[in-house]
Design a binder for this molecule. Structure first.
Ligand code: TYD
Length: 207
């Protein structure tokens, strides 16, 4: 039986990485965790390039690099794990490109979707968890601003948050919105409940 593909989305500092780790701990051997961009030898090098504020990139170049890292991750890790029946948990996926590059960078969601369909063979998550957090609250979480996206500040995060709203509205069956302004264990309980419900649902009926 094919596995389940679960992705986390949200603005920077919404707690995706913590929640992905808690979910992986709860699922144990049934699950495989990946992060984007990265997760393969080529993908980690592309990640370093994308995050380096000293490297100038055009919006199109940036989108293509994210898509290239994603192509490697899908081919080398995600598809084989799904074929083996595992739950794949990804810290960001396609929707991040639609929100950041498609909307916030102004490339257009349809354009970015097309490039990514080529990169991934059209792979779509079975379940996407939106960690819902107000950009002002996220900004107050106070981590160091160490990459090109975080340095662009609040305006970018507001645009990304609005973009996620439109993506949820366009495909409500695939998304679960989870309030992220709560202690991590409370957020995790809702995450786990959503994933368990999707695992029980017959394929294609996760909604
Ligand atoms: P990362 O350190 O993974 O941030 P976070 O912990 O917030 O996920 O850095 C990834 C940055 O890249 C983040 O600011 C979001 C951005 N990004 C895109 O713009 N497009 C994409 O397709 C992906 C996967 C990430």
């Amino acid at each position: 039986m094919r596995g389940l593909f679960v992705t986390f989305e949200g603005i920077d500092r919404s707690g995706k990485t913590t929640q992905a780790r808690l979910l992986l701990d709860a699922l144990g051997d049934a699950a495989v965790g990946v992060r984007e961009p990265g997760g393969t030898a080529a993908g980690e090098r592309v990640r370093a390039l994308l995050k380096d504020p000293a490297v100038e990139l055009s919006p199109a170049g940036e989108a293509l690099l994210f898509a290239a890292a994603r192509a490697e991750l899908v081919a080398q890790v995600i598809e084989p794990a799904l074929a083996a029946g595992r739950v794949v948990v990804s810290d960001r996926f396609l929707d991040s490109s639609l929100a950041y590059q498609g909307e916030a960078r102004g490339l257009g969601v349809a354009e970015v979707e097309r490039v990514n369909a080529f990169a991934t063979g059209g792979l779509t998550p079975d379940l996407t968890l939106l960690l819902d957090l107000d950009p002002a609250t996220a900004g107050g979480r106070g981590a160091v601003e160490d990459d090109r996206f975080e340095q662009e500040g609040r305006a970018l995060q507001e645009q990304v948050a609005a973009a996620y709203e439109r993506l949820v509205a366009a495909a409500p069956g695939r998304w679960r919105r989870i309030a992220a302004d709560r202690p991590p264990e409370e957020v995790h309980a809702d995450v786990l409940a959503a994933v368990e419900a999707a695992r029980r649902a017959p394929a294609g009926e996760e909604a």
